[in-house]
Write a protein that binds this ligand. Structure first.
Ligand code: 13P
Length: 254
């Protein structure tokens, strides 16, 4: 199956409205001519509306970095998936390792969020990944299997095709230490096998599996060239138009 690669920039807690708009403006002419790749950007909550207006109808798909699993209610400080849809989001990142490690997110909570995102008519990007201690203890496949199986546990097979999974080894995030293409491919191939067992071979073939963790223009092509790596979730290198566009081009060419 020919999966269209998907590259998404996760801007994390960077850039207020004017800086976010400036980055989106710089990206648009670089991204618009590229074919054969889907491109997302995930600004902070406060910049979503303005950036959403700016990129409406363009190739840049608005994404959010998190949401709450309920549609509305007394949840001070939270934002629901339908509210994200309201400001023009297509995607929502769920269960990023920073949310898991710093804000206590659990596999069960992620499963509820994935279901809520789909229910609102948006697409989840479910993040999984092991810590360095887990890798050193040879627990990588066990950990990502647990996170993946739980995260997709409330997803029906007919909704699952459009769900995206991002493999982000925690030790590679923001460290400059990237998984080698072989290391990443090994985990991606495993994830696809687990998805096939859980949701069927057709879903596993269709689902995009991104790699994230110190992706740069220099290593993107080798990573995206792996058979089970369908694009990437980009942190630091997504904060500058030139470096992000170069990574997107590597996916488009691959
Ligand atoms: P870096 O690209 O900065 O390593 O971050 C990856 C990431 O966490 C994307 O979600």
């Amino acid at each position: 199956m020919n999966r269209v690669p998907f590259v998404c920039g996760n801007w994390k807690m960077h850039y207020g409205v004017s800086e976010a708009l400036a980055l989106a403006d710089a990206l648009l002419p670089m991204i618009e001519p590229l074919a054969g790749v889907e491109v997302g950007i995930a600004p902070t909550y406060t910049a979503l509306h303005a950036v959403g207006q700016r990129v409406k109808g363009t190739k840049l798909l608005l994404s959010a970095q998190n949401c709450h699993f309920e549609a509305q209610g007394a949840y001070t400080g939270e934002i629901s998936a339908s509210m994200l849809k309201d400001v023009g989001c297509h995607y929502v990142i769920i269960g990023h390792s920073e949310r898991r490690s710093l804000f206590g997110e659990t596999d069960e909570g992620c499963a509820k969020k994935v279901a809520a995102v789909l229910k609102a008519g948006l697409l989840p990007i479910l993040c999984v990944g092991e810590t360095l201690a887990e890798r050193d203890a040879n627990q990588t496949l066990e950990v990502v299997t647990r996170q993946l199986t739980a995260g997709l546990s409330e997803v029906a097979a007919d909704q699952a095709m459009t769900t995206v999974v991002a493999y982000e080894p925690v030790w590679a995030i923001g460290t400059g230490r990237t998984a080698t293409p072989t290391q990443a491919q090994e985990v991606h191939a495993h994830l696809r096998k687990v998805i096939a067992g859980q949701l069927g071979a057709g879903v596993a073939e269709a689902m995009r599996l991104q790699y994230g963790g110190s992706v740069k223009a220099e290593n993107a092509r080798d990573l995206f060239g792996q058979p089970d790596i369908d694009g990437g979730l980009i942190g630091g290198a997504a904060l500058k138009a030139d470096s992000f566009a170069a990574i997107v081009k590597a996916a488009a060419a691959g």
